[in-house]
Design a protein around this ligand. Structure first.
Ligand code: NAD
Length: 348
C-alpha cells in the first residue's frame, strides 16, 4: 500500500497499520506512512481483519491472525498446498490477486496486467541500455547512424508495452504473437506485425494456447531470419499454468550480429530463449542474454503505486458501510477466493 492511498482506506472506514520498514524497498519511509494517517508498528497482524501484501504471508505473520481474517496478495495456490490446508484449517479467507478475472469490470484490479506493463517497459530500457548502439536514426554532420532493429516475441501486456517503449526510443520494431488479435495491436503501436503461415493459437480468457512440439519447431524455423536480423530481441511469451514456450534456440541466437542483446522476460517461467538464467546475464557467443527476475520490482515506484491501486480497488469492491464484507455471489470475489470459512474454494 502506498502512502497516498492510506487516506482512501481511512475514508472508507478502515484503520491502517503498516509494518515498520515495509516501504523501504520502494523508497517510502515510515514517516511518510505516519503522515498519511497509518499506524507504523512491528506487529501489524495482531488485530488485523484484512492483511494486504505482495507475496503470501509466511507462517510467522499468519500466526497472530484471528479466525475469519482475510489476506489479499499474490497467492500461487498450486505451489503451496500445505499453506492452503493451513489456511483452510485456520478458517482464514485468502484472496489471490492473480485470479482476478479478465472481464472489463475487473480491469482496475488486474495486478498481472499492471505488473506486466512495468516489466515490459523495464525490458525495453534494459535492451536499450545494454545495446551499444543508438535506438533512433541519427543524422549527423559526420554521417547517418541507422536505427536499431528490435524484435518482440509475445505481444500481450508486457510485449505491447515493450514495443511502445522501443518505438518511443526510435527503434524499428517487429512483433509476433500466436493470437490473431495481436497483429492489429502490434501495428497500432507503430510496429510491423510478423505474420507466419501457421494457424493462430487462441485459448480461453484472452490467453494463448500451448503449442505442439511440431508447431514450435516450425515457428522457430520461420522466426530464425527475423531473430538473426535483430539488434535487440525481447521475449515475453507465456501460457498460463505452463512452462514458457521455447521460441529461440542457442543456434538462432548465434546467428545474431556480435554485440546484439536478448532480453527474456519469461526467464522465471523457464524462459523463451534456450540457456537463459533468471537474474543473470549469460554470454552466447558475442550476444548478451539477460534473464528477467522479479522484473517489475526493478521499478519499485510505479510497480508499488499500480499494485496498491489494484488492491485498493479489490478492497472497495468488498467493502459495505465501512466494513469488509466480501460478497461471494460477486464473480470477481468468488474467482479470487482460495480459502474461506474452513473450505478450499479454488482447487489447482
Ligand atoms: P501472458 O502473459 O499469458 O502471455 C504473453 C503473450 O505471450 C500473450 O500475448 C500470448 O499470446 C503470447 N504467447 C504465448 N505463446 C506464444 C508463442 N508460442 N509465441 C508467441 N507468443 C506467444 O498474456 P497477457 O499479456 O497477460 O495477456 C494476454 C491477452 O489478454 C492480451 O490480449 C491482453 O490484452 C488481454 N488482457 C485482457 C484483459 C481484460 O480484458 N481485462 C486484461 C489483461 C489482458
Amino acid at each position: 500500500m502506498v502512502p497516498e492511498l492510506v487516506g482512501k482506506l481511512r475514508a472508507a472506514g478502515y484503520e491502517v497499520a503498516v509494518q515498520a520498514g515495509a516501504g523501504t524497498g520502494a523508497l517510502l519511509s515510515d514517516a511518510v506512512y505516519e503522515a498519511a494517517g497509518a499506524l507504523v508498528t512491528e506487529h501489524p497482524f495482531d488485530e488485523a481483519d484484512v492483511v494486504l501484501s505482495v507475496q503470501p504471508l509466511d507462517g510467522k505473520c499468519l500466526a497472530p491472525l484471528a479466525s475469519g481474517a482475510a489476506t489479499i496478495s499474490f497467492f500461487p495456490a498450486a505451489e503451496r498446498p500445505g499453506d492452503v490446508a493451513l489456511r483452510r484449517d485456520r478458517k482464514l479467507t485468502t484472496f489471490g490477486m492473480e485470479y482476478v478475472p479478465r472481464i472489463s469490470r475487473a480491469q482496475s484490479m488486474d495486478a498481472l496486467s499492471s505488473q506486466a506493463l512495468v516489466a515490459g517497459y523495464r525490458g525495453a530500457v534494459v535492451a536499450a541500455s545494454m545495446l551499444g548502439q543508438f535506438f533512433p536514426l541519427s543524422m549527423t554532420a559526420a554521417g547517418t547512424v541507422p536505427p536499431a532493429q528490435v524484435v518482440v516475441l509475445g505481444a500481450g501486456v508486457a510485449g505491447l508495452q515493450a514495443i511502445a517503449t522501443c518505438r518511443r526510443l526510435g527503434a524499428v520494431v517487429k512483433g509476433y504473437d500466436v493470437r490473431a488479435a495481436a497483429a492489429e495491436e502490434i501495428r497500432s503501436m507503430g510496429a510491423q506485425a510478423i505474420e507466419l503461415p501457421l494457424p493462430t493459437l487462441e485459448g480461453t480468457g484472452g490467453y494463448a494456447r500451448e503449442m505442439t512440439e511440431d508447431r514450435a519447431q516450425q515457428q522457430r524455423e520461420l522466426l530464425a531470419s527475423y531473430v538473426a536480423a535483430a539488434d535487440a530481441l525481447i521475449t515475453t511469451a507465456a501460457v498460463p499454468g505452463r512452462r514458457a514456450p521455447l521460441l529461440v534456440t542457442t543456434e538462432m541466437v548465434l546467428q545474431m550480429a556480435p554485440g546484439s542483446v536478448v532480453v527474456d522476460l519469461a526467464a522465471e517461467a523457464g524462459g523463451n530463449v534456450e540457456g537463459v538464467v533468471a537474474g543473470k546475464v549469460v554470454r552466447v557467443g558475442a550476444v548478451q542474454l539477460w534473464g528477467g527476475e522479479n522484473v517489475a520490482s526493478q521499478m519499485p515506484e510505479p510497480a508499488s503505486r499500480l499494485y496498491a491501486q489494484n488492491v485498493l480497488n479489490v478492497i472497495m469492491l468488498m467493502t459495505r458501510d465501512g466494513r469488509f464484507v466480501p460478497d461471494f455471489d460477486d464473480e470477481i470475489t468468488a474467482t479470487m477466493c482460495v480459502t474461506h470459512a474452513g473450505k478450499v474454494l479454488r482447487e489447482h
